[in-house]
Design a binder for this molecule. Structure first.
Ligand code: AMP
Ligand code: MG
Length: 411
């Protein structure tokens, strides 16, 4: 049989591939207003500006007594208790020569400039308190506006909201937020060898067949990025079936994501099928795992084809698809932060840039999963991060390496 394969392309550096990919990721039109309760994981489409200061007034950070510090020059001063101020109450100005009973979060009365915690006081009669420790001016007072000043941008457009952020939005009185709409993503896997778990019990699996694992983690990765998912299941390794699936997927979806069939073998139908309906850039990326990767357009939908090998699929998703999907939502930060950590392993290196599956150990270093093959999904499950190892670099135990936590890539 003649070999009709095209000549091999030069490998494309990952940073270049990422930049080219992201250049296609225009933010989607159509923002939506959601309840702040439901905004976790969404990307803000508008700055959140505070209409008030937080805390709104000076308040006490202790249960105790509000005083004028100048009136308590010595230990053991005895004072009448002129008022009681629980949280939520509006205090009267502090009567000179007196203390006010005050509780955590309660507004400090006008005239008071310090709180004496109740542990530093003792009762000295009916509505009389003894101050056992001299207060420093300002002590145990949380200042008005020390958290948020009026007019401040507390959360900027493009920020992806987490739990603390939605709390902060609530803190400045926002019950609704304008966010980017969820990207609509169609997903399918290719491969005649793929069997769905549950369809055939493990002991009856035919030789040559494997369970479809990519479908499971790709669904979960997409959902974690806030996508609205249409799962088209498994498409057989045939040109016509692949074209049909792509045509369906291109309706009403912002992105079509596939796994497998993106290499240049005769059973790889993604490339010609996308080219029949739209256009495709096929890249060989200089990364390991990974390498084959495709970006294109089918109608108005973006198309991204991931490699079939599970770890390649997983790693190319978190390093390329994740930033792309975040960019569609207008996120301002899409690249993960790497941190320097110490390798507690030796590694030969590779001519391609590698993303090694590693795990932090109790000694503050990184352990390497022993089998770094792109088919070994156990490595990704075991790992809590990736070491970004530059091309041609051997790692010796004790070397500093760039660690990217998976926790960041999976959220
Ligand atoms: P391909 O990219 O289609 O040539 O597939 C490369 C390798 O990944 C082959 O060993 C496939 O069997 C495997 N593979 C492809 N798709 C999946 C999938 N959805 N789940 C698990 N393995 C897969
Ligand atoms: Mg295949």
């Amino acid at each position: 049989m003649s070999d009709k394969r095209p000549p091999p392309q030069p490998l494309r550096p990952l940073d270049q591939a990422l930049a080219e990919l992201l250049a296609h990721a225009r933010p989607l039109s159509g923002n939506e207003t959601v309840s702040t309760f439901d905004a976790d994981g969404r990307v803000l489409a508008q700055d959140c500006v505070s209409a008030l200061q937080v805390p709104p007034q000076d308040n006490s950070s202790m249960d105790g007594y509000a005083v004028r510090s100048g009136e308590v020059a010595d230990e053991g001063v005895v004072m009448p208790v002129s008022q009681r101020i629980p949280a939520g109450a509006q205090p009267e100005p502090l009567v000179p020569g007196s203390a006010a009973r005050i509780f955590t979060g309660a507004q400090v009365p006008q005239g008071a400039d310090a709180i004496v915690m109740q542990e530093d006081t003792e009762p000295a009669g009916e509505q009389i308190v003894r101050i056992c420790r001299v207060p420093a001016p300002g002590q145990w007072i949380r200042r008005a506006g020390e958290d948020v000043t009026r007019g401040a941008v507390v959360l900027a457009k493009g920020q992806r909201l987490g739990p603390a952020d939605i709390g902060l939005a609530a803190n400045i009185g926002l019950d609704k937020l304008l966010v980017a709409r969820r990207p609509r993503v169609a997903l399918f896997s290719t491969g005649d060898e793929l069997v769905m778990p549950g369809a055939v019990p493990p002991e009856q699996m035919k030789p040559g067949t494997i369970y479809n694992s990519n479908r499971f983690f790709l669904r979960s990765l997409l959902q974690r990025l806030g996508c609205e998912l249409t799962d088209l299941g498994v498409v057989p390794d045939r040109r016509d079936a692949t074209i049909d699936a792509l045509r369906t997927a291109s309706r009403d979806h912002d992105l079509i994501l596939t796994s497998g069939g993106v290499s240049v073998g005769e059973e790889d139908h993604i490339k010609p099928a996308v080219e029949t309906l739209g256009r495709l850039d096929f890249w060989q990326i200089a990364m390991k795992p990974g390498k084959p990767f495709a970006y294109g357009k089918v109608g108005n939908s973006h198309f991204i084809g991931l490699p079939g090998n599970p770890v390649s699929s997983f790693v190319t998703f978190v390093l390329l698809v994740r930033p792309f999907v975040l960019m569609l939502q207008g996120a301002s930060r899409v690249a993960p932060h790497g941190v320097a950590m110490t390798a507690h392993f030796d590694w030969r290196g590779d001519k391609r840039r590698e993303f090694l599956r590693v795990r932090r150990n109790a000694d503050g270093g990184l352990d390497l999963f022993p089998n770094q093959s792109s088919g070994v999904l156990t490595s990704a499950s075991w790992a809590d991060g990736l070491v970004d190892n530059p091309p041609g670099r051997a790692i010796a135990r004790g070397d500093a390496v760039r660690f990217i936590p998976l926790a960041e890539l999976l959220q």
